[in-house]
Design a protein around this ligand. Sequence first.
Ligand code: URA
Ligand code: SF4
Length: 276
Amino acid sequence: MNDKLKEALEEYLSIIRDLRSHLLDLKEAGFAEVRSPIPDEEPAKGNVELLDKHRIIAIETKPQKPSGSISAIPTSPLLFSGIAPASIFAAHDMEGLKREVLNCKRCPLWRERTNVVFGDGDENADLMFIGEAPGEEEDLQGIPFVGRAGGKLNEMLQKVGISREEVYITNVVKCHPPRNRDPQPSEIDACEPFLIRQIELIKPKLICALGRHAANTLLKTRSSLGRLRGKFYDFHGIKLFVTYHPAFILRNPGLEDRMLADFRRLKAEYDRLRSE
Ligand code: URA
Ligand code: SF4
């Protein structure tokens, strides 16, 4: 198979994977049905996801209730003593790590980036947010969550009384995937050691994973977001909370209240951990 064809196939498979995971997220979020309008029809208002001109799927589900604190994920004491994935960058301090990331060519995403998006905020933060990958605006500015999704994140933070300056924000992958596609598993694997080292250096008391990619990467699972969100996990001794990605909420504004409820739980835990 020639390279062009291979690339097209990769892209196609990646779109199918995105679509599938998006449908699963909607199902877990309690949507009974996903359909799209016929072409030229006004997009339907509310929680209807527009996919193609055919009805794609019809699902009966009940909204999930967050079930309090669970710790289903086994911890690995090895990781933070520098033996598991982070070990290749274990010697780096934040400056050294940043230099390494800014010059990184560990996966093909480096080819199309304008800027590497390393991270932003307080390097001594107690609370760290982890998104998926830089979008177009983030790629242009080299700062995470400065586009529309960033606006929604800022709004959520402000509503629950957390300032953006007091937290640290980064992504699972540090370079913008072309056409905003999902990062591929090989790209996530290549970039993950940087994230792990960032966590080791920042030592937050609480991590908030935004969306399925961050949650799946950190928790080493392939569960849907609907199943994971609204709960606390143990990430190598650090509390980890999972909620929606703000871009998902922009596409599904009917779920905003749920995200806000998640943020309120996150804030309560953040306050509790800081007062310990
Ligand atoms: N979406 C993300 O996951 N991260 C960003 O930095 C911007 C949008
Ligand atoms: Fe390197 Fe991560 Fe960028 Fe890939 S996404 S080139 S691993 S910094």
